[in-house]
Design a binder for this molecule. Sequence first.
Ligand SMILES: *Cc1c(COP(=O)(O)O)cnc(C)c1O
Length: 499
Amino acid sequence: MNYVSTRGSVANLKASEAIRMGLAPDGGLLTAETIPKFDPGQLSNLAQKSYHELATLILSRFLTDYPLADLQTMVQAAYSYPEKFDDPLITPVCQLNPQCYLLELWHGPTCAFKDIALQLLPHLMTKSSLLANETKEIVILVATSGDTGKAALEGFKNVPGTRIVVFFPNQGVSEIQRLQMVTQEGENTRVVSVQGNFDDAQSGVKQIFANSGLAQKLAGRNMAFSSANSINWGRLAPQIVYYFDGYFRLCRKQVIQVGDKINIAVPTGNFGNILAAYLAKQMGLPVNKLICASNSNNVLTDFVNSGSYDRNRKFYTTISPSMDILISSNLERLLYYLSEGNCTLVKGWMNQLKNTGGYQVDSSIAAKITADFYAGFATEDQTMAEIKRIYQETHLIIDPHTAVATAVYQQYQRVTGDSTPVLVASTASPFKFNTSVLQAIGETGLEGKSEFQLLERLEKLAGLKIPKSLAELSHKPVRHKELCRKEEMAAVVEQILGL
Ligand SMILES: *Cc1c(COP(=O)(O)O)cnc(C)c1O
């Protein structure tokens, strides 16, 4: 399997090279040149496999230069129960009603779906160094608005040959998210809060990546920076697995038979998770519609419905913060596949996006998009009302990101009357967003309560146990107290690395 840049300047990379490189030098995304396929006859054989067997098999079709035995070992280490995941099924499926099933992607160590990719990525990266006889220590730098930083810290903690430095804004992460990071364990982890907002932290990290003097000093110490954000192919490939696994789980529950189609609804920000569902469909998973759900930052809803991408609009801060995005990076990979690998076209659109904030795809591509995707959005009020509706009807409590997806699925059903069974990607544990969720179901008297009192209140109402990793936060020592100004971030990195 060869990897190429979506903008055409790099081709013929091996998977391990694409994973180590992260982003192509021309600014494009590295992506599999073609999508491997299972033929329909293979599905009933796949249906019998465990999560780990499926993961090894699917990854082996994309990561062809990794030895199969190594993939197997990495998958076992990444998706271990009870060490890393609190459910032996890894991504269990929960029935909401006879048509609608939640694919629970939050049973990993940080209670958000990013664990599924970030538990595996460190293994893929360190193996990539071995395959290339590369001895440099990998230094992962992350700026986070909450979920990514913690998931990356847990993934890279104590992984030999790597270090990780995470910057988070001292304004803007939830209290649970802050506690998750400042209590982080591991010999090779450092967490620093930055005075300012997420943009300050992110632009600081981008400047460090672009700082050639620093890169030279780093090389002199036999180290190199790398990134763990969602444009790395090593984060995308592991996400394909759970759509197959969820489908086969519906087969085993006899909701469908092998070969029947399902719909898949995904709460979307950077377009990574839903792109993985699209790739699953291209690989042969029987899927009817992919339902792309946005919050008030509904740039993707407009794009799917009109073929015109326009980021020139108001940015909203919402109760589903991981979807507060106006530039959905992974969309570039979809455009590459839909244009049948026409890198010139893709590059043109991305240049327009950079220069004017928008672009328009031609009608044949727009038609392909609406053939595969339905898109809609939920406002803040609709998201809150959806959490309440589901609680009243089922006693299940879902997080705000998941609620955006079920709300948009409801709209889809009303518009189309389609009663095909649906898998909804449930991307975070409700405990991570306890205040919003408690408010949504009508709880009052939340002011002045500690995070742990809120967790306990939610535990009683939801009939769910507080995830162990969150319950432990109340008695974990704070290990990271560093605070810096954004101008000091590069100096802090130099000092941490002893440059
Ligand atoms: C990151 C995230 C999303 C958005 O996923 P994308 O792959 O960026 O589309 C949705 N929900 C939660 C909880 C997340 O952390």
